[in-house]
Ligand binder design. Structure first.
Ligand code: ZN
Length: 151
């Protein structure tokens, strides 16, 4: 990866860490799940409102490292307005990206999420990046009492 691109990716991650988007709670959420990554200390709660099979609104709160916070922020930005199938497909593509599978499904659909491509070089950070997505998946399954632990 060229240095300039690497730099751009780092800046996007830092931007979303310092000013995360879609932070908060959704009182009328019909899906809510909580996730922990004990290896790093990341903690996230994801709220979703689903209407007619589409992610109508999504928010999160929690505390974590730059990677987990930026991942949650970019995830909420990316999946709002997507169908449930699209959201799940994005998670599969994202997972393939951060675990270094060169030909993951639907890579072209990732868009901004590509900034996490470098995570594959830091295996300890993979769980930070995927925690919000695992938690989202639980929330979408309406497992309102779910606690996801990535170990
Ligand atoms: Zn972390």
């Amino acid at each position: 990866m060229p240095d300039e691109l690497d730099e751009l990716y780092q800046q996007t991650i830092l931007d979303h860490y310092r000013q995360p988007r879609n932070v908060g709670e959704l009182p009328d959420a019909d899906g809510r799940a909580e996730g922990h990554n004990p290896l790093c200390g990341d903690h996230v709660v994801v709220f979703v409102v689903v209407r007619d099979g589409v992610v109508h609104d999504v928010r999160f709160r929690g505390s974590g490292c730059a990677i987990s916070t930026a991942s949650a922020s970019l995830m909420t930005e990316t999946i709002k307005g997507r169908t449930l199938d699209e959201a799940r497909a994005l998670f599969r593509s994202f997972h393939a990206l951060v675990t270094g599978q060169t030909r993951g499904p639907g890579r072209e659909a990732l868009g901004k999420l590509e900034v996490f491509g470098n995570v594959r070089n830091f295996p300890a950070r993979v769980k930070c990046a995927t925690l919000p997505w695992h938690t989202l998946e639980a929330a979408l399954e309406r497992r309102t009492d779910a606690v996801v632990t990535t170990e």
